[in-house]
Design a protein around this ligand. Structure first.
Ligand code: ADP
Length: 556
C-alpha cells in the first residue's frame, strides 16, 4: 500500500518533468528527445499498474481473511454472551432481533471492515503523499487545497445522522426477522384462521418500511460526494487562475502548475473515496454498537466467586420465605416457604398466575430470589456452582424443547456423555422405545423443527427419556400431562412414575388426579401458600381452595 501510494503521488513529478522538458525541447532533435523520455517514463507508467495489480490481489485476500476472522470471533463472543446473560434477557429482546445481529449486523461489519482494510490506509497515504508532492512542486499554489477543509464540518454532521439512520435500518432488519419467525412459526393458526392476507399486508408494510429507512440513509450518504465535488471544482478554479498569474509573473514554471493540477486530479477522487468510506465506517460502527450491547451485557444472576460444588446431591429442596418480583415490578411470590425432602413428591396447585412456574424457574436460578432463600441439601443455591446445581436437576415441561436432529441426539442432551445403550435404556424406561423403533430410521430419525413429526405424547416421552438419562435427584415437572389425550396421558403417566422413583419431585399440576400420591400439596394464590396438606386432608376441608378446585374439575 505504501509503495502504491508513493507511486501514485509520483505522477505529479512525472507530469512536471514532461511538461517542462517538452517546452524546452530541442526542436531539431524532437524524435531523439521523445525517445529518451519514453524510455525513462515507460517503466514507471507500466510499473505502477503492475504493482497495483499484484498488491490488490494479496490485499484483497488478506483483508477478507482478517474481516472474516474478526467477525467469526464476534459471533462466538456474542453467542457465549447470549447464553451467559440472564434468562430474563431472552424475554426482553425478541429472538428474531437477536438472530439478525448474528446474520445481518455481522455482514455489515464484515463488508465495512474489508473496505476499511483495503482502502483506508491506501487512500489516506495517497492523499498525504500527493499533498506533500504538490507542496514540494509549488507550495503557494497548493495552498488552494485549504478550500477542502470547509467540507470537514458538514461531513461530521452528516456522519452523526448516518450512524443513527444505519442503526434504524439494522434495528428494522431485526424487526423483520422477528416478524418472519413469528409468521412462519404460526403457519397453522394463520392458515386455519384465514389470516394470509392479514399477514401479507403486515409483512408487506415491513418490507416497504425498509425501503423508506434505507433511502433515508442513502440520501444522507449521497450528500458527501457533491460537497467534495463542488469544492474540488473551486480548488481547480483557484489553481488555474492563480497559476496563470504565477507563470506570467515568472514565479513558476508551467510544469509545476501542471503538476499541482495533476495532484488535484489524483486527490479529488481519493478524497471522495474517503468520504464514501466514511459512510461504510458509520454503518459498521452502528452495527458494532448493537453487537457490543450484547457482548458487554453484565448478567445479574452470576456464579459467586468461591462457589462450591454440590457433592453427591440428595435432593432436599427448601424455599424459605421467598419473595420475588419480575423486573417489570410484578410481584410473583410474596413470602413462600415450601419443602421437598429427598425422594418426596410435592405438588404446586392453584389458579393460574399464582406463582407456580416462577417457583420452578427460581430453583435452577433462571432468576434469583428478591429476598428469602432457596437451599438444596442445606446450602443456599447462590453459593453453589451453576454446573453442580443444574446437574442435580432435570426439567420436564409442557412445551418440550426438541431440536431438528436425531431422536438419539435429542434424548442424549440429558447427559452428553451417555452411550447409545444408555440412551436406548432411557427410551425403554420412558415407554418410548417402541414408537422410536417404528420411525423410519429408528433412533437416527431426524424429527424436524421442534419435533414437528411427532405427536404431543411422543414428544413428552422423549423429554422424559432425556430426564431419565440425566439421572438427577431433583425433578421439576411443569404441567407435563395437561395437554394430552387419555391414552397418551396414561403412557406418559407411567413413564413419569418410572422417572420419579427415588427422586425428589416438584410438580405443577392442573389435573388434581395426577397428584393424589403427592406427599404434600401446596395451594398457591397470588404468590402465597394458602393451604398445605395431602390430597385426602385437603379434600376433606370443604371450605378450602383445594376442595373448590376439585369440585370445579369434577364438574368440568
Ligand atoms: P402460574 O405458573 O401459577 O400460572 P406464574 O409463576 O407464571 O404463575 O406467574 C406469576 C405472576 O408473575 C403472574 O402475575 C404473571 O403475570 C407474572 N409473570 C410471569 N412471568 C413473568 C415475566 N417473565 N415477566 C413479568 N411477569 C411475569
Amino acid at each position: 500500500m505504501v509503495l502504491l501510494a508513493l507511486a501514485t503521488a509520483a505522477y505529479t513529478w512525472v507530469v512536471k518533468v514532461v511538461v517542462d522538458k517538452a517546452q524546452n525541447m530541442d526542436d531539431g532533435n524532437a524524435m531523439a528527445s521523445a525517445k529518451t523520455y519514453a524510455i525513462a517514463i515507460l517503466p514507471i507508467l507500466i510499473g505502477i499498474p503492475a504493482i497495483s495489480g499484484i498488491s490488490n490481489y494479496f490485499q484483497r485476500i488478506l483483508a477478507n481473511k482478517i474481516a472474516l476472522n474478526s467477525v467469526a470471533k464476534m459471533q462466538k463472543q456474542m453467542f457465549v454472551a447470549s447464553h451467559t446473560a440472564d434468562y430474563a434477557s431472552f424475554s426482553r429482546e425478541p429472538t428474531g432481533n437477536r438472530i439478525s445481529k448474528f446474520v445481518s449486523d455481522v455482514s455489515v461489519i464484515s463488508a465495512s471492515l474489508i473496505r476499511v482494510l483495503s482502502n483506508l490506509i491506501r487512500d489516506f497515504l495517497t492523499v498525504i503523499f500527493t499533498i506533500a508532492a504538490m507542496l514540494w512542486q509549488n507550495w503557494m499554489l497548493s495552498l488552494a487545497m485549504v478550500i477542502f477543509a470547509v467540507a470537514v464540518w458538514p461531513i461530521i454532521a452528516i456522519s452523526k445522522k448516518m450512524r443513527g439512520s444505519a442503526k434504524d435500518v439494522q434495528e428494522h432488519v431485526g424487526t423483520i426477522t422477528s416478524e418472519l419467525k413469528e409468521s412462519f412459526g404460526g403457519a397453522r393458526m394463520i392458515k386455519t384462521y384465514g389470516l394470509e392476507d392479514h399477514e401479507n399486508t403486515r409483512l408487506g408494510n415491513s418490507f416497504d418500511e425498509r425501503i423508506r429507512l434505507f433511502l433515508k440513509l442513502v440520501s444522507e450518504q449521497a450528500r458527501v460526494d457533491p460537497i467534495l465535488e463542488v469544492l474540488g471544482g473551486l480548488v481547480i478554479a483557484a489553481i488555474v487562475i492563480f497559476g496563470v498569474y504565477q507563470v506570467s509573473a515568472d514565479l513558476a514554471t508551467p510544469g509545476s502548475i501542471a503538476a499541482v493540477l495533476t495532484g488535484i486530479m489524483i486527490l479529488s477522487p481519493k478524497l471522495r473515496a474517503l468520504g464514501t468510506l466514511n459512510n461504510v465506517i458509520q454503518e459498521g460502527l452502528s452495527s458494532l454498537t448493537r453487537i457490543f450491547d450484547v457482548i458487554d451485557e453484565t448478567p445479574q444472576v452470576t456464579e459467586k466467586a468461591g462457589a462450591v460444588d454440590l457433592d453427591n446431591p440428595q435432593g432436599h429442596v427448601v424455599l424459605e420465605n421467598v419473595r420475588f418480583a419480575y423486573s417489570d415490578g410484578t410481584e410473583a411470590l410474596n413470602g413462600i416457604s415450601i419443602e421437598a425432602k429427598p425422594g418426596e413428591m410435592i405438588a404446586l396447585v392453584g389458579e393460574s398466575g399464582g406463582g407456580k412456574s416462577t417457583i420452578i424457574n427460581l430453583i435452577p436460578r433462571l432468576y434469583d430470589v428478591s429476598s428469602g432463600k432457596i437451599t438444596v441439601d442445606g446450602q443456599d443455591i447462590r453459593n453453589l456452582t451453576f454446573d453442580s446445581l443444574r446437574r442435580s436437576l432435570a426439567l420436564v415441561s409442557q412445551d418440550v424443547t426438541l431440536f431438528n436432529d436425531t431422536v438419539a441426539h435429542n434424548i442424549g442432551l440429558g447427559d452428553l456423555s451417555a452411550t447409545r445403550t444408555q440412551i436406548e435404556d432411557a427410551a425403554r424406561a420412558a415407554d418410548a422405545y417402541d414408537f422410536i423403533m417404528a420411525l423410519p430410521q429408528g433412533f437416527d430419525t431426524v424429527i424436524g423443527e421442534d419435533g414437528d413429526t411427532l405427536s404431543g405424547g411422543q414428544k413428552q416421552r422423549l423429554a422424559i427419556a432425556r430426564a431419565i438419562l440425566r439421572n438427577a435427584p431433583i425433578l421439576l415437572l411443569d404441567e407435563a400431562t395437561s395437554a394430552l389425550d387419555a391414552e397418551s396421558e396414561a403412557k406418559v403417566q407411567k413413564a413419569m412414575e418410572t422417572l420419579g422413583q427415588g427422586r425428589t419431585q416438584i410438580v405443577i399440576a392442573h389435573r388434581l388426579s395426577t397428584i393424589k400420591k403427592a406427599d404434600r400439596i401446596y395451594v398457591l394464590e397470588k404468590g402465597k401458600v394458602v393451604e398445605t396438606g395431602t390430597h385426602s386432608t385437603l379434600s376433606k376441608n370443604n371450605d378450602g381452595v383445594y376442595a373448590r378446585l376439585q369440585t370445579l374439575q369434577m364438574e368440568g
